[in-house]
Design a protein around this ligand. Structure first.
Ligand code: SAH
Length: 228
């Protein structure tokens, strides 16, 4: 089922619509984000509903903002670029690693009904579930370490990772469908490169996009450095 215009209308909010329209023009279109479906999704999803109450006035500014547990909601431009690079078609199965506030999850929900998202901090997953439910958005959320992906729900047409591992997690490559796109930051402590990997008929095609600063991926039981 495709998201209907009614769903997007219901998400809209008179008070903040103008701020979102300005965000899309000034921060996204001006910097080259061009996919109309991505721009529509960014216009429709009320980012202020995903930031802590003390930061709502800054919800449409051009940067990341703090959320609970020392994590961040990504800069709108980075959310838009990653979503555009993921090239999501209606009906695609999409995995997000790092639900965080749930904002990127919500943007994905505007593009396809099959959105799966993993979060390692239970309290963040719970808050994101509530924010998404309040907007009537139905993503499949699970608490767990995204290093291993979500094998029971694989394969995925697109995988977006919003916390940075030191190397590309092998499980995420394995869980990419034919033609699938993996978009993720790779590197160490706040110095990373945004990477796009596509599974093509001729093999994996990898491309670097630009340097980024994401929170590091938190590893589970092994407390390791992420090396396979
Ligand atoms: N997409 C989020 C960005 C949140 S920041 C948003 O739009 O708000 C990255 C998130 O990744 C944090 O919530 C952090 O707790 C989570 N995270 C870190 N390591 C993880 C892991 N191994 N598996 C799943 N989530 C992880």
């Amino acid at each position: 089922m495709e998201p209907t215009p009614d769903v997007l209308d219901a998400l809209d909010d008179d008070v903040t619509r103008a701020a979102r329209a300005a965000m899309v023009e000034d921060q996204l279109v001006a910097r080259g984000v061009a996919d109309p479906r991505v721009l529509d999704a960014m216009r429709a999803i009320p980012r202020h509903r995903f930031v802590p109450p003390g930061y709502r006035a800054q919800a449409y500014t051009d940067g990341p903002l703090p959320i609970a547990h020392d994590q961040t909601i990504s800069q709108p431009y980075v959310v838009a670029v990653m979503t555009e690079l993921a090239a999501i078609e209606p009906g695609d199965r999409v995995l997000e690693v790092g639900t965080g506030s749930g904002y990127q999850t919500a943007v994905l929900c505007a593009l396809t009904p099959h959105v799966y998202s993993l979060e390692v901090v239970p309290a963040l997953a719970a808050a994101a579930a509530e924010a998404l439910a309040d907007l009537g958005l139905a993503a499949h959320l699970r608490v767990g370490d995204g290093w291993a992906g979500w094998p029971e729900r694989a394969p995925f047409d697109a995988i977006l990772v919003t916390a940075a591992p030191p190397v590309v997690p092998p499980a995420l490559i394995e869980q990419l469908a034919p033609g699938g796109r993996l978009v993720l930051p790779v590197g160490h402590a706040f110095h990373q490169e945004l990477i796009r990997i596509e599974r093509t008929p001729r093999g994996l095609v990898e491309r670097s996009i630009f340097p980024v600063r994401f929170v590091p991926m938190i590893r589970g039981a092994d407390h390791g450095d992420g090396a396979p």
